[in-house]
Design a protein around this ligand. Structure first.
Ligand code: CMC
Length: 380
């Protein structure tokens, strides 16, 4: 294929970077599908484990296939002691996403080498990484609070076991299921920044621990997954329903971003946001509402009235933090929860990339000078 030279598309907006069959978005219609199945059907009927298998394999598993995959995940939840020691040595005031990056690197150092070109070795590594991620997140959250690690419980789902390892208490069924659905909603999302990062690193035939650690660095940013913790901080700063309009006026006139709104692809409400709002409502009906939800509803109305004509609507990060806050999860653990889910997507893309790999090595439009003279330091 010939590429037109000297045409730069900032942010590669709308430029395909790979062929992929993992997920699909129609940004005008607000459609998201995993392997062709609408996200709403998966949120209603599926589990995170089944969705991970679907993303990885391209079809829904049989009961025997799902049982085998779940058993493999359960067997891989326990971290090597050396990894736990590394996590325990990290500064407690560091960000949990940085701890997760360290955790992936440490896990790679304590695990067998992976030949990225070997499909069998890839499958083993994929199960190890999906299973280890919640344990890494919970381990750092506890160690920084001076608490002992909680061993994984093999009878619990990925979502419920994460809450168990985080809090040392078994979650109520509804809470476990709400987190399970939140993980389903975050598991993949086409060529977003962290998935692109993962595919770029994968294309060098690097190892999957580096693929995931790099993707974490990308997900952490406030324009990507890091928006979810900032949404809560923003709602807390607004403080009350009555303060919403004034805060928004100021934000718009200062050309500030409203966190949890806008998307490169969606020009209508993100379907994941709609689903997360339903989960928030379910939590509040059972456990009581929170003032943050009322502020959020008012902010949604006000932003859509002012910026809806520019295609700015709530994205996935808008309601997720409100749901996690109701579960008692610390604000800076919201983005790591995104990672617990998205690692299934990153690794599906890793596998897809390695099945038909070509090194990512884009061009550039050079804006510098040529033939500049080297000036000795004594003459500068
Ligand atoms: N608040 C205010 N204005 C916005 C927002 C927002 N949240 N999002 C876009 N705009 C405006 C932007 O100022 C620009 O206006 P103008 O044309 O007048 O200069 C126009 O809309 C286009 O914005 P852009 O930033 O060039 O568009 P993009 O496709 O690069 O942005 C985005 C996508 C997600 C980076 C952006 O919407 C944003 O920064 N949102 C806030 C952060 C956020 O919530 N991120 C989570 C994204 S979804 C989950 C995920 O990927 O992790």
């Amino acid at each position: 294929m010939t590429v037109k030279e000297n045409i730069l598309v900032p942010g590669l907006a709308g430029i395909p970077a790979a062929e992929s069959a993992v997920s699909y978005i129609d940004g005008q219609a607000g459609v998201l599908e995993y392997r062709g199945i609408p996200i709403e059907a998966l949120a209603e009927h599926s589990t995170f484990e089944e969705v991970a298998w679907l993303l990885l394999n391209g079809r829904l598993p049989t009961q025997a296939e799902l049982d085998e995959f779940e058993a493999k995940l359960i067997a891989n939840r326990t971290l090597p002691q050396g990894v736990l020691d590394t996590i325990a040595s990290l500064p407690g005031d560091g960000h949990p996403m940085a701890a997760l990056q360290v955790g992936y690197a440490a896990l790679g150092m304590h695990s067998p080498d992976v030949n990225a070109l070997d499909p069998g070795q890839r499958q083993e590594a994929i199960a190890r990484l999906i299973a280890a991620t919640p344990t890494l997140v919970a381990a750092f959250a506890r160690s920084r609070a001076g608490m002992d690690f909680v061993a994984p419980d093999p009878t619990l789902s990925t979502a419920a076991n994460f809450l168990w390892m985080l809090n040392g208490e078994k979650p109520e069924d509804l809470v476990g299921r709400v987190l399970d659905v939140a993980l389903i909603l975050h598991a993949d999302h086409t060529m977003n920044a962290s998935t692109f990062t993962a595919r770029v690193v994968a294309s060098t035939e690097s190892d999957p621990y580096s693929v995931c650690a790099s993707a974490i660095g990308s997900l952490k940013g406030p324009l990507h997954g890091g928006a979810n913790e900032r949404v809560l901080i923003q709602l807390e700063k607004i403080g009350s329903v009555d303060a919403v309009e004034g805060w928004l006026d100021q934000q718009i006139s200062a050309k500030g971003k409203i966190m949890g709104f806008g998307h490169r692809v969606y020009k209508t409400k993100d379907p994941r946001s709609t689903n997360l709002q339903l989960l928030a409502r379910e939590m509040f009906e059972t456990f009581g509402s929170t003032p943050m939800y009322d502020i959020a509803l008012k902010l949604e109305d006000a932003v859509v009235a002012r910026l809806g004509q520019k295609g700015i609507y709530p994205n996935v990060d808008f309601f997720s933090g409100i749901v996690y806050q109701k579960m008692g999860i610390p604000t800076d653990v919201f983005t790591p929860i995104f990672a617990i889910a998205r690692v299934a997507g990153w690794l599906s893309h890793w596998d897809e990339q390695m099945n038909d790999n070509r090194l990512f090595r884009p061009g550039q439009i050079f804006t510098g000078t040529h033939g500049a003279r080297y000036v000795p330091i004594s003459e500068r």
